[in-house]
Design a binder for this molecule. Structure first.
Ligand code: ASP
Ligand code: MG
Length: 402
């Protein structure tokens, strides 16, 4: 049996945590499992390294940043191998170059193209525990790349895919995937399992348990994931293709995303081509647009509103201002005090009235809805940020009774 384990930064933050993670590894090894262990940088190391660079240069080269950040993971793997050595366990640490994790050249957000299996296989054949740096790769110029923040999850899933691992366990500082953020809701429920598509939606809607790309990868290569806490011995949440659910849960989770801004283009002429010009301008500026709403305004005009990530609000407004004369709209308004609250669940497709239940919860809590968008497995609303946590709790109580 081959298991890939990944320990996040908090689970290797100091000597004590490393020893504890090592004891989990030891137990699995002694059961006869072949083990590939992927590690993140210790604690806040990645942030600290980034700060050091910014002290010296406000706009450092992305190549050098990758060179710097990748050292965090290299420390973790060496320390873990050293710790396992002290316990009498055969372990070898490898970085991305040594394994052969080949990526494209997009520094800071590289994608994995290919992974060599030979070195890892050879080490496993010798009954060694293989400890691999997460988050990093090597491009065709032999330069070090990184996969984007939280990228160790993606390293772990990719290794599990190419090695055909039986399971990929993601050890982290939460016990699994909950119906809502435990910091917001009083009695969130830990899910025993969740489908890839639901997990993907939750990851894109603001739930930060797994990096979204790692879930995409797990779905594509059918890698079964388990998210669990490194502390204690409790089962976590399994992420896999869920066909039919045991307990009848109408939704799987509620997510909140504060990284949204709402832009309204007020008083555009009611004629063909306006939406095209507005959103073409966004596309040309490389800005992703999320919820879109067009409504009737005064005197044969429409209002077009949409949401973007907060950091895109200013560039979006600038690009639109340039169009004011040619389109002839009245004015723009930008609101950065909004949040998107969403419910996600594969069960929605076959159950009527799920959206209505969510709206009722918001009505009961006297929270006004500014925008709504839906897909097969989610309903999102845009509301005033001041009420976002309240909304999450109200919706949770409505669906889960607490
Ligand atoms: N150390 C990297 C980060 O903090 C990668 C990871 O933790 O997965 O983003
Ligand atoms: Mg991290």
């Amino acid at each position: 049996m081959l298991t890939v384990m990944k320990f996040g930064g908090s689970s290797v933050a100091n000597a004590e945590k490393i020893r504890h993670a090592a004891s989990i590894i030891e137990k699995a090894y002694n059961k006869g499992e072949s083990l590939v262990v992927v590690l993140s940088a210790q604690g806040k190391t990645t942030d600290m390294l980034k700060e050091k660079a910014l002290e010296l240069n406000k706009r450092p080269s992305k190549r050098e940043i990758d060179m710097l950040l990748s050292t965090g993971e290299q420390q973790s793997v060496a320390l873990m191998a050293i710790c396992l050595g002290n316990m009498g366990l055969p372990a070898v640490s490898l970085n991305a170059a040594q394994v052969g994790i080949e990526t494209d050249t997009a520094h800071g957000q590289a994608r994995i193209l290919r992974i060599d299996r030979e070195r890892i296989r050879a080490e496993l054949d010798n009954r060694r525990i293989v400890i691999v740096t997460g988050f990093q790769g090597i491009d065709r110029n032999d330069d070090i790349t990184t996969l984007g923040r939280g990228g160790s999850d993606t390293t772990a899933v990719s290794l599990a895919a190419v090695l055909h691992a039986d399971t990929c366990k993601i050890f982290t500082d939460v016990e699994g995937v909950f119906t809502a953020d435990p910091r917001i809701v009083e009695k969130p429920i830990k899910l025993r399992e969740i489908g890839y598509d639901e997990m993907l939606e939750l990851s894109s809607l603001g739930t930060q348990v797994l990096m979204k790309r790692s879930v995409e990868m797990a779905k594509r290569y059918d890698v079964q994931l388990e998210v669990l806490s490194a502390e204690g011995n409790k089962p976590g949440t399994i992420v896999r293709e869920v066909k039919r659910r045991m307990e009848e849960m109408k939704i799987s989770g509620i997510a909140k995303d504060n990284n949204v801004a709402r832009i309204a283009v007020v008083g555009v002429p009611d004629e063909p081509g306006i939406a095209f010009r507005v959103f073409n301008a966004m596309a040309r500026a490389g800005i992703n647009v999320d919820i879109i709403l067009q409504s009737y305004g005064k005197d044969n005009t429409n209002d077009i509103s949409f949401t973007v990530a907060i950091e895109d609000a200013e560039p979006a407004a600038e690009a639109l201002s340039e169009l004011q004369d040619s389109i002839g709209f009245d004015h723009l308004s930008v609101d950065t005090n909004v949040s998107k609250v969403s419910i996600v669940g594969a069960g929605m497709m076959s159950a009527a009235g799920i959206a209505a239940l969510m709206f009722e919860a918001l009505y009961d809590a006297k929270i006004n809805i500014q925008m709504i968008s839906t897909s097969e497995i989610k309903v999102s609303v845009l509301i005033d940020r001041a009420y976002a946590d309240m909304a999450v709790q109200a919706i949770h109580s409505k669906f889960f009774g607490a």
